[in-house]
Design a protein around this ligand. Sequence first.
Ligand code: PEP
Ligand code: MN
Length: 365
Amino acid sequence: MTEKLDILPLQEWGLPYSEKPFVIAGPCSAETEEQVIETAIALKKTGRVHVFRAGIWKPRTRPNSFEGVGSKGLPWMQRVKEETGLLTSTEVANVKHVYEALKYGIDILWIGARTSANPFAMQEIADTLKGVDIPVFVKNPITPDLELWVGAIERIRNAGINRVGAIHRGFATYEKTIYRNLPHWQIPIDLKNRIPGLPMLNDPSHITGKSEMIYDLSQQAMDLNFDGLIIESHRNPEEAWSDARQQVTPDELNEILSRLIIRQPVPDNQSVMDELGELRNIINILDDQLLVTLEQRMKVAEKIGRYKKKNNITILQSKRWEDIINKMLEKGKQKGLHEETINAIFKAIHQESINRQTEIMKQKD
Ligand code: PEP
Ligand code: MN
């Protein structure tokens, strides 16, 4: 299913940008006038940044942490624009933020992950934006829920805004992982298929939570054909009042961006196309084989289901499942397959077997 939302491609947003990647950069939070201006001047100098970002109102997990300087930081953003020529952007989470940001000439708004998860807040912001012509980026909601993300974008689009884009900033997880927020790449990919042409940025800062991982993640986003990046950059990350661990200096950002390899989404050369075509044919054949194997496996699972039913045995035998998954993880490792992937695949296969056996149990004899 695709949505017909009639969203303008990024190249037509009238921004001073022509070549990938489109880059928004700046500190997590505006702290002082001096910090904002100094960081912005250094970012402008790189020649690689199109828009300056700074959080004015900060959604913090716990009370009593720094919650942003508030409206007094907005004139600092105006100074950034006057002194560097960079466009400015900030996060808005409620009606007051929208009014204030517009009053001070902020050029691009973004909606944060906690707000896009809340349809009431989204609708209020959308209602406030009716009749305003401003670009808006919508971050993914903190939970891995594609519909919620699509819904938040639709609300903004329905308010008459056709310069709307998405920011992939990863999804919250309780488990300890190398990421601060899990990327779940399939979700932004699905979003792009749902809303073709939707401009999409990646936020490696909030996905990784670590400055040393920003480059790899940014490259991955470029290889998945994202339009651009939003990266936190601070003149002195160690001293940052929020998200210190994930911010990079303007010099480091320059270095990261200069090392990115930007590949073409469609090869322009016929021999590359032919070779790619051959490899894709092989992939198609292997995928067909996978389906045949799955079909065979499910037939056997159904037979087992009938046997269990006849002999009054439960569908799930935890020990058996544990044996399977451990064996597959071990074998997968020998074949160079990631544990996370094997786990996901076999959990899905096992679930399908259980579903089939449940159907059989429910059938009347
Ligand atoms: C931010 O960009 O500073 C921010 C708060 O991001 P998120 O909404 O992704 O947590
Ligand atoms: Mn931040």
